[in-house]
Design a protein around this ligand. Sequence first.
Ligand code: PDD
Length: 281
Amino acid sequence: RTVYVNGEYLPEHEAKISIFDRAFLMADGVYEVTSVLDGKLIDFAGHAKRLERSLSELDMRSPVTTDELLEIHRELVRQNGIEEGLVYLQITRGAPGDRDFVFPDPETTEPTIVLFTQNKPGLADSPAAKKGMKIISIEDQRWGRRDIKTTQLLYPSMGKMMAKKAGADDAWMVEDGFVTEGTSNNAYIIKGNTIITRALSNDILHGITRAAVLRFAAEAQMKVEERNYSIDEAKEADEAFITSASAFVMPVVEIDGVALGDGTPGARAARLREIYLEESR
Ligand code: PDD
């Protein structure tokens, strides 16, 4: 596969990054994941905008313009023949000559930019969407700026492992009794015709798929309530689901061993997935 590194398109085995790169030493980097359906990028503008915000919150800059970024995404999708899959993009503070807690001078240290594609045939028609996900709840032990999409993903990765060990598919993180989000997705419950999801703040990532799904709620004849909900309230909900660029809308059928409804994907979550896929491709 062809990857992009600092201005060059290269075969993946020829791509090189310094061992002093601050992403490698300190997770000092931000990223985006954009899905591809029918060879086309989904919601590139939203991802580009969030990237800009992540960079500015960390006092970093992009080495390329948004137009150039779009062109690189398209070129990789073309070169790698991606019909359904993902484009991963990462920008880091770069590689100063040594390890230091102080940020390097941006005049002398260029940011590092890396992009690669992941081919995922059948992403839209995923069997997982028909089966639904089993969720466990875990304590949210991440840092306090979850609105910034950084590459510090150790705790979410540990959460995913805790879920796997428990025979589940993913974990919802809970803080002060309230659900924040999934390990790599936003979390929702449905009661009657109302979608309930945590309001935007520094506590969660401002999902691009979240914004789209909430926009499409009216089309599914559903109302939206943005508020905190507890894990106990979630277990009593009619339905639940998650959203992300790689999962789109994915129904949740079980939380901490408690089946929601009859334990199969709910009709409303399934309808929201359908609408999302129709509207965004
Ligand atoms: N994760 N919350 C967290 C913690 C996430 O990592 C993600 C995305 C989301 C959903 O955001 P969006 O709808 O913009 O993808 C919410 C990506 C897909 C990942 O880490 O692979």
